[in-house]
Design a protein. Structure first.
Length: 276
């Protein structure tokens, strides 16, 4: 597996669809000017992947920004997600239509089950399979699915998830879950890769000083070298551009392993076993 050499470089999902390694996450970006400015800045910086969700309540702003970007639709990769309150078969299909309307898109590149809602996520995923088979989405997957959820889903699904979007960062690497995903050709994608800004770890600062980079850039480079798709969130154009400035240096294998060793199973977001 080659390491990305450019912000728009892609990885091939299990069904052959190509997804950029690096994208912009827009969680907590307010709809309207804030999210539109962030998406425009990302596209101008070379990003081609934008990750939103119904729950973020900014799909309309994302849609406006990508329409006004001047970049052809087929050069962009747009992800959105079905929220917990909309889970279930028919309600997921309705939620998908609403997301499409808000985004102004006929086809979504990647549609995810946002959280594994107990008693509902299999029916929800069955709706995603229908959308995929109908050609309404180019790829489907899940988010925040831990091993018990994946085993349960894989035992019944017709189309395996192509992506599992997880909280993933130096303090939470979930190696056994990564291995399980790898066994089933499910790509791991990192949300909250920058630990919600809590980057004051001595090793990260030491490597930042060595390479003339920021601790955030060290972490994002580590993600890419670990073969993890990543979607750092920012609404600041300068930070968005900096988060894509990852391709003029490489971490050594020993440095990657040293960052791996920071893992302490620490979550900054909710625990998927109890949240949904």
């Amino acid at each position: 597996m080659g390491v990305a050499k450019h912000v728009a470089d892609t990885v091939e999902l299990a069904n052959g669809v190509k997804m950029p390694w690096l994208g912009l996450g827009v969680w907590q970006a307010a709809d309207g000017a804030e999210v539109e400015t962030a998406v425009r800045a990302a596209i101008e910086a070379g990003y081609r992947s934008i990750d939103t969700a119904a729950a973020y309540q900014n799909e309309e702003g994302v849609g406006r920004a990508i329409r006004e970007s001047g970049v052809k639709r087929d050069e962009l990769f747009i992800t959105t997600k079905v929220w917990n309150a909309d889970q279930g078969y028919e309600s997921t299909l309705r939620a998908f239509e609403l997301s499409c309307q808000k985004l102004g898109l006929d086809v979504i590149d990647l549609y995810l089950v946002h959280w594994p809602v107990t008693g509902k996520y299999k029916e929800t995923y069955r709706a995603l399979e229908k959308l995929y088979q109908d050609g309404s989405v180019r790829a489907i997957g899940v988010s925040n699915f831990l091993a018990p959820h994946l085993h349960d889903l894989l035992g019944e699904c017709e189309v395996k998830p192509m992506v599992n979007q997880l909280e993933f960062h130096p303090l939470l690497t979930q190696p056994s879950l990564q291995s399980l995903c790898g066994e089933h050709s499910i790509r791991v994608e990192a949300w909250s890769p920058l630990m919600q800004g809590k980057l004051d770890l001595p090793l990260l600062q030491e490597l930042a000083d060595k390479y003339g980079k920021s601790p955030a850039q060290i972490v994002l480079r580590w993600d890419l070298q670990r073969g993890v798709i990543t979607i750092p969130k920012s609404v600041k154009p300068a930070r968005i551009a900096a988060n894509a400035d990852l391709f003029d240096f490489s971490l050594s294998d020993a440095e990657v392993a040293a960052i791996d060793a920071l893992d302490e199973g620490r979550r900054f977001g909710p625990d998927p076993m109890t949240f949904a």
